[in-house]
Every structure is written in C-alpha cells, then in structure tokens.
Design a protein around this ligand. Sequence first.
Ligand SMILES: NC(=O)c1ccc[n+]([C@@H]2O[C@H](COP(=O)([O-])OP(=O)(O)OC[C@H]3O[C@@H](n4cnc5c(N)ncnc54)[C@H](O)[C@@H]3O)[C@@H](O)[C@H]2O)c1
Length: 457
Amino acid sequence: MKVSVIGAGHVGLVAGACLAEIGHDVLCVDNDPRKLEALAAGRTPFFEPHLEELLTRNIAAGRLHWSASIAEGAEHADVLFLCVGTPPLPDGEADMSAVEAVARQIAVAARSPKLLVEKSTVPVQTGERLEKTLAVYGAAESEVASNPEFLAEGTAVVDFLFPSRIVIGVESEWAEGLLREVYEPIVQRAFSWRPSDVEVDTEGQAPLIAANRNTAEIIKHASNSFLSTKISYINMVSRLCDAVGADVRLVAAGMGLDARIGPKFLQAGIGFGGFCFPKDLQSFIRMAEKNGCDFSLLREIERINAGQVDRFVQTLRDELWILKGKRIAAWGLAFKPHTDDMRFSPAVSVIQRLQAEGARVVAYDPQAADEAAREAPGIELADSAEAAADRAEALLILTDWPQFRQVDLAAVKARMVRPLLLDGRNLLDPESMSALGFEYHGVGRGRRTAMRLAPAV
Ligand SMILES: NC(=O)c1ccc[n+]([C@@H]2O[C@H](COP(=O)([O-])OP(=O)(O)OC[C@H]3O[C@@H](n4cnc5c(N)ncnc54)[C@H](O)[C@@H]3O)[C@@H](O)[C@H]2O)c1
C-alpha cells in the first residue's frame, strides 16, 4: 500500500521505517530542515535501537522516501498518518496547532478522499474537530481515524512490529478496512525481521482492537495515566520505606509477583519524564475537567512525581550542606535508558536545580551528549562516566543505563573528593556500594537489603 507519514520524529520515523519494512511504500514528511538533511545524508536524526538498520534497508529498497511538502504527502497516498508533536500548553492542555495545521494543508491539497489517521496522542473528540477542519478546507469526503501509538522510546521498533495491541478508532467500514489492510502483515506476523537482542512473541496474531474514535482516543490517555499512576504509587511507597527502614525494591518484587499487579512500572526513583507521561497526564486531567469529571487522583500523581525530584535534591543538600561551588557528577541525562531523548527528563530537572544553587555539575550520558550540546548547552559534559566523577563531592545516578553497572566503581571512588553516591534509580546494590566505601543513598531503601532478590526479579 501507499502510505504517508506526516511528522518524522520519534513516532513518525519509526512508524515510517516499520511500515516500509512490512512492505508498504512510505513517504515521510517533515518540516524540520535539520531532520531532512540528516535523513538525506543517510544519518538517523536520533538514537533508537534498530532504527538505522531499518532505514538503511528500506531506503535502499526504494520503499521509504522523504519530503518537506504535505501536498506531496497527500498526493502520494490516501492513508496519511499524523505523527506531529502535541506539546503541553502552559495550562496543561495539549497544543493542537501542528495537528490542525497539517489537517488544513492536507484538505487543501487533497484530490481524492483521504483517511487522516491520528497517531499523535490527542485529546478525546479531536477526530470530530479534525473532520470539521477537513470539510471546511475542501475535503468533505475525507475521514479521520484514531490509531494511538503505544511504542516506548528505546524499544520503539520492536514495540511497533510486535505490539501489545493495535487500537483503531473508526467511524466507517472504509476506514476500518484501510487500517486493517495497513496492519495485516503485523497482525499476521507476515514479515521476516526479528530483533537479535530480545525475544519476541511470534506465535498467533497480534491483537487488534477496533472501536469507535472517541474510545480509541481515550484508550491512549487512560493507558499512559495508569502507567504514571503505578510509578507514583511505588514512589509514595518508597517514602514510607525510607521512613521506617524497609526496602522498596523488595516491596515491589513482592507486589509484582501477583499477576494482577505485575512487576513493570514499579521501579521507585526520581520519577517519570519524557515527552509522553507528564504532558499526557496533564492533558487527561484537563480533558476530564472540561467534561465535568474531577480527576483529582491524577493531580496527586503529578504532585508525587514532582516531589521525587525535590526529595532527591534535599537528600543531597542534607549531605553536602552547601551546594554552591561544589563539583557534582551526574550519570545520565536521557529521561530513560536506550534513548537520547531529554525532553522533560527528571535528570535535567535535578541538574538544573543544582546549577541554580551554584553547584558545578559535570554530566555523562552514553547517548545523549549530542542532544545535550544542542538542547541544553548549559550542562557541562564529560567524555566518560569516570571523567565526570573527577574531583566530585557526590555522584548522582539519574538515568538507569545498564552500562553504569559495568563501570569500575572502586576506580570512580578513588577519583572523588567524597565518596557520596545518590542512586536516583536504585541501579546499584547498596551493600556492595557500602563495601566499596561509598556513602550510598537509594530511593526507598531505608534498610540495607534484608533478603536477597532472585536474579530474575
Ligand atoms: N515519543 C514517544 O515515545 C511517543 C509514543 C507514543 C505517542 N507519542 C505521541 O506522538 C506524537 C509525536 O511524538 P514524537 O515523540 O514523535 O515527537 P517528535 O517531536 O519527535 O516528532 C514530531 C515531528 O513532527 C514534525 N512536525 C511538526 N510540525 C510539523 C508540520 N506542520 N509539518 C510537518 N512536520 C511537522 C517535527 O519536525 C518533528 O520531527 C505526540 O503526540 C506524542 O505524544 C509519542
């Protein structure tokens, strides 16, 4: 099938590459010259595992093309996936101006009925508004469907091709038929790519849920808000663990073995960030309010999340007393491992808070250095985890990159002025760190590990 993808970012570029990988002829449209230049030069504009491999192969096979023109996107295909950003406005609502602008341009350019597919995360009833926009600007025959994206950065390609579920929100058989056709190879697992690094479920079919458009739009926000809730829940439990001398990692392990709860998203730490959870939570709260539902539960989730950074910074203050003029090492900038995305990263919040108090923070991240140099030039960068720790009064772990576990921490300690280690992601083992001579503080690990975790947990 011919398919266009408007917005070639973390979602759009992955979607475009994966749709090409399963055999479609894909045109990706973006208005960011930097991104288009990188793609034209054969460079992947951001770090995402497996993406480069898919881009290279599908460009060479002639199934993946680029353009800066939405009109070309409308000419190329009748199915257009909308993947532009929906950042938060100051009042928490999603900024829908890019979505609306793209719909208008598609309407003006359309020469045949188009199916505009919302893949961006949008408030419920956006489909209705978009359909009106299409009609006003000359594409009354066109339709809008919802197809929320559940991929997570760092595992985006695998998530897209081996999804937990595909959700389509449609108002006509035509729209449903087109979207089922697009996803048929993924549902039937009828493509040959398999990841080399993780096991994937290749049995049976990938689940596809067809609902009406409003339902599909709500599924996305309800899912992200629920996941945020799990994180804030365990973070609140971690505070109690700190207060009474319990270990939140074991509490989470004990909870997570219950299949009704599950172990995922129960990692206590400095909180969630990124381009999705914080803004989607705010947007869901606003959406509920506008429709007469007081979702105060989610306001608490936000408040607890912000409090995790406050508590972490306070622990450092309690230890160092004065931050001004002190050199602090920060390991991690990305909002989570396996990505270079620093948008709304709690790591950046911590660093900026310390800088505001006059500390000299030297940071290291295995992937986000280029992004940091561009997006956060005020952050001083080191070339290695070890170098960041040179003459530091404290070492902070802010992103749980697994490679931090491999660093020779005895050597790191030898470089530091004071062996103070604040593990904001509970990445390291408190007992081993104490044995090395670190003053170790995790999150919610009030008592040194009372019993051993089985390695699989
Ligand atoms: N990042 C994620 O993990 C993720 C996961 C699921 C859903 N989402 C949702 O998907 C949407 C996109 O997120 P993202 O992370 O890919 O954002 P992004 O910023 O990485 O990508 C958006 C892209 O759209 C382009 N763009 C903006 N306006 C445009 C226009 N008028 N014409 C053409 N291109 C335009 C930008 O240049 C950018 O490349 C958001 O609504 C987000 O909430 C994101």
